[in-house]
Design a protein around this ligand. Sequence first.
Ligand code: DAH
Length: 350
Amino acid sequence: MIAKLDEIFKTFQNEIKNIEKMPDLMQLKSRYLGKTGELSGILKGLKDATPEERQSIGAKSNQFKRQMEDMVVDRIQEIELAQINESLEAKRIDISLRDSLLEKGMDKAGLHPVSTIQREIEDIFLNMGFEILDGPHIEDEYHNFEALNIPEDHPARDMQDTFWFEREGENRHLLRTHTSSIQVHGMKKHKPPFKFVGPGKVFRCERTDASHEMCFHQLEGMMVGENISVANLIYFMKTLLSEIFKKEVEVRLRPGFFPFVEPGFELDIRCLICGGDGCSVCKQSGWVELLPCGMVHPNVLKHGEVDTTKYNGFAFGLGLDRLVMMKYGIDDIRHLHGGDLRFVSQFANY
Ligand code: DAH
């Protein structure tokens, strides 16, 4: 019987080595170790053996059983590892493989046009002595509304459809609806005089169409000092626009309402597509609305701990996606963030 046991163990060892698949392994396990398996068969024969034989065969078969079970566990791990490696190999993404993109002429990487324009504008403002600030995407009601002179019951809160986080206490959290919240952080961080711009993503819970996206980009600007005037505001805005468009642009100011500025303006530029004759982009008016701005409301300065008897300032909010669309003649904002390589590869610049 001992010889038979040795024999069983040997063939088991040979068979398990060649097993590659989990079901085969399970089958082998039950064939040798199951209730009606080879080992049990041997043990059943024990009833006819002498007590000494019983003891030695029992001990031996137990030892083999444990070894065989361990071998099954090891083999399970090996098979699983092989399966993981196989699937990793199959799903491998070879990022150095550009042939298919090359064929389509989409082999060049580059910055997204919104990033490019953001960097250009940052440079323009850095050259004019502005600092660049960042602010969080997740804001609270205070920074997004209240400190900007938009109290709880103000209709301006309805103007912007907000993504709210679940209500928790008084000062609810939200995804910022505009970069104007960066003004509040900037004022708290600095003592006047100061000037900064704050670019970034903003979020609105809106139905999307050719000119609306739920996530888009703005660049906020703020300058606070002594005797700041509308003339200063116009100077900086004109400089900005002529640098962006690489030519002198004609601007006009119209009154515009925003709770955080008084007076508030809409700054329009002469349509660059038709030169002012009227076209579909400017809706035949010859002017394009581009830059809302104004003189900072004293309530906003107070929230920012600025001494309003001594200082005042201007602020503006530039829509970057709009600017990119104007600059490149893009007629649908959804192209910008649709992720279509055919679109973005047109802007590959290195
Ligand atoms: N925060 C405004 C918006 O998203 C834009 C804006 C208007 C910003 C006037 C300003 C400003 O700083 O002065 O619609």
